[in-house]
Design a protein. Sequence first.
Length: 115
Amino acid sequence: QVQVTESGGGSVQPGESLRLSCVASGVIYATSWFRQAPGKEREFVATINWRVDATQYADSVKGRFAISRDDAKSTTYLQMNNLKPEDTAVYYCRAVALSSLQMYWGQGTQVTVAS
């Protein structure tokens, strides 16, 4: 069983930055961030493969967001720069266990970008 816990959300103004953290217990194959705005479907934001350190981003966040990991802390980070109102959403972390490739979700953390 993998436990996934997000933190770091908050309210900021347009152009500001936030860093989200995701702690996932166990041996992980990959970690991804998704987000869901009110009235919209959950969408992919970014992913990192823990085996080969490969990353991938949604077009809407390329050049503004950066995903990284700290193996020693079992933590994945999402650095979000130049935030826009359209980035407002609940951000969810998803971890894929290496042994089973089963997916585990966190409870989500709210990010609000408004003047």
